[in-house]
Structures are given as structure tokens and as C-alpha cells.
Design a protein around this ligand. Structure first.
Ligand SMILES: *Cc1c(COP(=O)(O)O)cnc(C)c1O
Length: 395
């Protein structure tokens, strides 16, 4: 079985390029250049140096003794929460800002829902002194004020979008429109393994540093490079893709992806795409998608803004379909419980997204000698208001 993207941008039946004709020149420029840039030693040196000295990599692989004891196995946390800006998203934006530079781009656009990708993009634009425009639905602007303020402090221009539901989908449409109108000087930084080819492959390769580090860190700590399980949460799927990447062809490594089932799979308020979705086109690629009978995208819901997405990257649809990755889901309540548990057991407050991955530990029976890696995709500072609201119910 192959898990890599093919020349046309497909993983099995999923992926591809489904975009307006006018956007083709931009996409083709990226398709024609990204692999060569990624392979260039000069790019690699600059990328690696920034990951190390700016983002704080390698992130630790932490043996969580008390969580291990609780689940009668060996649990390691890959600490993406300790990166600069507090989540794995910075790995991707550092890589893409360097690619933009090599393509001669002087202006960056991005879209953001919760604001996390917007902040990671504004951060690297400040670092490189490049103009940054972030499209954000007006509803999200209201809901995510701290991140809007962060982006502004970092020098980005946040443009509120008033069309449609005034959320992520509408912000994406606006970003695409901008790119079509500014094809020469602008690069569009997409924040997950979604969008038209080559974005899913590009973002997966930039995030693959996560599993690259896991290999030598596990070897150092356990004597072997490969764990028995890797568990990661999936919104679009970039932290999961990065955590799986270098193990995909090692069938000994079992992989669990955790989606957000919100208030429950059948509640109508959920974001568990693999259970509730069927194939369709969103944001320029063919993948599993939550939609109604007429093919209208269903509004997703999760307590965690980063998992509140109606689709999933095409690589994950392929990994799901082939059975390589098992898809699980966790509710709001299960994620909250796991977050409070980690805070009290280990002194680590996880992002609500990452708490979904932790929640999967409860449901699985591990052997005492299993090595289990949970990708702790981000830290929970941004979720503190939500946690405080539910504190009494979970302690
Ligand atoms: C954005 C985000 C996610 C979800 O995005 P993926 O592309 O699925 O990784 C998960 N965790 C954190 C902390 C995030 O900020």
C-alpha cells in the first residue's frame, strides 16, 4: 500500500486540485517548485536553524510516569505545546515563509478560524518583515479577541469577513479571491494538510519533523525507534500527519486519530468527519466531508476551535479508507476530563484539541510493555476561560 501523494496530488482516490481556473497559475508555481525548494540544502539549513533557535525544537519526548501508571503501560508525550506560540502550527508557517521568500513573494495571506493559524502566520511574517494579511470571519473576530489582538500586535492586518456565516469557510473564500487578484507577489499560507495539491503534501512534509525527532528520542529512551501506538487529534490533520509521517510504512506502529464528537456523534453538534461524512470537495480537494443530502457543508461543532472543521485532509481519508489509521472520537466532556486529569497528574495544561487525543487513552486497553506516544499538539493557555467555566464539573 502507498501512502504518499502521487504526481497528480492524490492519495488513493482523495486529494487533487479542485479550484477556480484563475487560481491555477499560483498553484502551478507552487507545484513546480516546492519539492526542489524543500530538498535544497540552503533551505534545509535555514529551516532547521529556525526550528531550533526560534521555535525551540527539538521538543521533548516526555515519559509521563503518572499517566503511565494510571493506564498500566508506558506513555510518552511529544511536547509540541512547548514550541514558540504554543502549538505545532509554527513548524508549518516557518517552512512556508521560507518558501515564499524563495519564490520572491513579498506579501502573505492566510485565513484563520480560531486565530491560532493566524497568529502563527503573523509571527513568521514579523520575523521576516513581510506584509501579512489575515482573513477572519466577523463572528470569529468577536469570539477570538485575544488572538485578534496578538495578530495586530505582531503587525498583521486582520480583515473581517461579513459574508455567509462569517466563519472560517467565508474567510477561506475571501483569501482565495485575494490570491487570484494578487498572483505575482503573494503567497497563501494554508495551515493544515488541506487544500489543493501540493498543500497537503507540503504541510505534511514540514510537520514531519515531529516523527523525525520521535525516532531518535524513542531510541534513546526505549532502545527502539518505533512505538507501538501513536495517538493524535485531527482537525485538518497536520499534527497527526507529522506524528505519523516517518512511521507510515512500519506496520508494527498502530496509529489512532481522534476527532471531536462534540456533544455526541448523534447530537447534531459534532465534528467527527470520518463517522458522519462522505466524500466531497472542500477548499480545493476531494476528501471526506460533513455534508447534507444536497452536498451542502454541514456546520461542525466542537468545544475546541482547532477541531471544529467539517472536512479532513486527503491523506487522512486515505489512511482511514485503507485501515492504516484507526479513527476514534472524543466528546467535549471526555476531552475536558482528560485535560483536568493531565493538569493534576503531570502539571501540564493541554490545549483542548490535544485533550481529545489524551481522552482516547481511556478507551483502549494497552499491554504493560507497550510504548504509547501521544502527540500533545499545543498548550492550554488559550483555553483557560473554557476550562475555568467547567472546573467544578470535572474535579
Ligand atoms: C490547530 C490545532 C489543531 C488542529 O489542527 P491539525 O491540522 O489537525 O493539527 C490541533 N491542536 C492544536 C493545539 C491546534 O492549535
Amino acid at each position: 500500500m502507498k501512502y504518499d501523494v502521487n504526481k497528480k496530488g492524490f492519495y488513493g482516490e482523495f486529494g487533487g486540485v479542485f479550484i477556480p481556473e484563475m487560481m491555477y497559475p499560483n498553484i502551478r508555481e507552487l507545484q513546480d517548485n516546492y519539492l526542489e525548494i524543500l530538498a535544497d540544502p540552503g533551505f534545509q539549513e535555514e529551516f532547521r536553524n529556525l526550528l531550533k533557535d526560534y521555535a525551540g525544537r527539538p521538543t521533548p519526548l516526555y515519559h509521563s510516569a503518572r499517566l503511565s501508571e494510571l493506564h498500566h503501560t508506558n506513555i510518552y508525550l511529544k511536547r509540541e505545546d512547548l514550541t514558540h506560540t504554543g502549538a505545532h502550527k509554527i513548524n508549518n508557517t516557518i517552512g512556508q515563509i521560507l518558501i515564499a521568500g524563495r519564490l520572491g513573494k513579498t506579501r502573505i495571506i492566510a485565513e484563520t478560524g480560531a486565530g491560532q493559524h493566524g497568529v502563527a502566520t503573523a509571527t513568521v511574517c514579523a520575523l521576516k518583515g513581510i506584509k501579512c494579511i489575515v482573513y477572519m470571519g466577523q463572528l470569529d473576530v468577536e469570539r477570538q479577541q485575544p488572538n485578534v489582538l496578538r495578530m495586530k500586535m505582531l503587525g498583521a492586518e486582520v480583515i473581517p469577513v461579513y459574508s455567509g456565516n462569517m466563519t472560517l469557510k467565508d474567510a477561506t473564500n475571501e483569501a482565495i479571491r485575494d490570491w487570484i487578484n494578487n498572483p505575482v507577489d503573494t503567497h497563501y499560507i494554508i495551515g493544515s494538510v488541506v487544500g489543493p495539491h501540493p498543500y497537503p503534501d507540503l504541510v505534511a512534509k514540514l510537520q514531519s519533523v515531529i516523527s523525525e525527532e520521535m525516532k531518535w528520542q524513542l531510541k534513546e529512551k526505549t532502545g527502539r525507534e518505533a512505538p507501538d501506538y501513536i495517538i493524535a487529534c485531527v482537525g485538518g490533520g497536520s499534527n497527526a500527519a507529522g506524528a505519523y509521517y516517518h512511521y507510515l510504512y512500519d506496520n508494527h506502529v498502530k496509529m489512532i486519530a481522534v476527532e471531536a464528537s462534540g456533544k455526541g456523534i448523534d447530537s447534531g453538534e459534532s465534528a467527527a468527519t470520518m463517522v458522519l461524512g462522505r466524500p466531497g470537495v472542500l477548499h480545493g480537494c476531494f476528501s471526506m466531508l460533513m455534508q447534507d443530502e444536497d452536498g451542502q457543508v454541514t456546520e461542525p461543532y466542537s468545544i475546541s476551535a482547532g477541531l471544529d472543521y467539517p472536512g479532513v485532509g486527503p491523506i487522512h481519508s486515505h489512511l482511514f479508507k485503507t485501515g492504516r489509521v484507526k479513527f476514534d472520537h472524543a466528546t467535549d466532556d471526555e476531552a475536558l476530563k482528560a485535560a483536568f486529569q493531565l493538569a493534576r497528574l503531570e502539571g501540564i495544561i493541554p490545549a483542548l484539541e490535544s485533550a481529545h487525543a489524551l481522552a482516547a487513552l481511556e478507551k483502549k486497553k494497552f499491554r504493560p510493555d507497550d510504548v504509547v506516544v501521544v502527540n500533545l499538539s499545543g498548550r492550554g493557555d488559550k483555553d483557560l476561560a473554557t476550562y475555568i467555566k467547567y472546573m467544578d464539573s470535572f474535579l
